[in-house]
Design a protein around this ligand. Structure first.
Ligand code: C5P
Length: 228
């Protein structure tokens, strides 16, 4: 297990009280909470502040994608929430990623690129004019993210080994699609266990429902931590 706690609990809800209670009870057992578009659209920055008020480290997963000036402004606004990690779409291009990296410099927030959404396959890419296969497009965008000054990327369990080899040891790799041995996969099709994902070279593991939907989320988080 790395020196930090690699578990990031994805809290996907619109309910501030539920998110706050989960974050508070899980804090000793996880490294960060992830709040994303669902929570943020419902509750905004004030809702985020309520959830992290107890000092829970934050991954703010808002996947910005706009012109460079607008993304830089959004990154500056997000930094006020003191996230450790935040996301932008790498397909927004080099100038957009550089503007985001510049806006975050010195803040302590790491900017991660999202490459190809795992909901898209080769035919979805072709339908938007991308002729590359999904793995080739992931590699291309990861490379562009690295060269544009981003701190890392979000990648699927299948991509960790290749991207670690390609992007070097200092590039932060954050991986969802993690399922503890024996747990329900839900809609995630290709999964690794937490221990396997770390062995492949992931830095942080995004784990949602196996913790949040467990009968006892604290027990579930503790068991995952003990398995690493
Ligand atoms: O509940 P589960 O562990 O599947 O939650 C995973 C989290 O990671 C969710 O917030 C989901 O939106 C996010 N995610 C994902 N797969 C990706 C990118 C993000 O599951 N490729």
């Amino acid at each position: 297990m790395p020196s930090h706690n690699p578990i990031i609990c994805a809290i996907d809800t619109t309910d501030v009280a539920e998110a706050k209670a989960l974050a508070a009870s899980l804090k000793p057992h996880i490294g960060m909470v992830k709040l994303g578009l669902e929570f943020f659209t419902a509750n905004g920055a004030a809702g985020v502040r309520e959830v992290t008020a107890g000092g829970t480290p934050l991954f703010l997963d808002l996947k910005f994608h706009d012109i460079p000036n607008t993304v830089a402004g959004a990154v500056r606004a997000a930094i006020a929430l003191k996230p450790q990690l935040m996301t932008i779409h790498a397909s927004g291009g080099k100038a957009m990623m550089q503007a985001a990296a510049d806006a975050a410099r010195g803040s302590g927030a790491k900017i991660l690129g999202v490459t190809v959404l795992t909901s898209m396959d080769d035919s979805d890419l072709a339908s938007i004019g991308v002729q590359a296969t999904a793995p080739d497009q992931v590699r291309r965008l990861a490379d562009l993210a690295l060269r544009s000054g981003l701190d890392g990327i979000v990648c699927s369990p299948q991509e960790i080994t290749l991207l670690r080899a390609h992007c070097g040891k200092d590039f932060t790799l954050v991986t969802p699609g993690i399922r503890p041995a024996g747990s329900d996969k839900g809609d995630q099709k290709r999964t690794l266990t937490p221990k396997e994902a770390l062995a492949h070279g992931a830095d942080h593991l995004v784990i949602g429902r196996p913790i949040t939907q467990a009968a006892d989320p604290v027990t579930a988080a503790k068991a995952i931590k003990a398995s690493l």
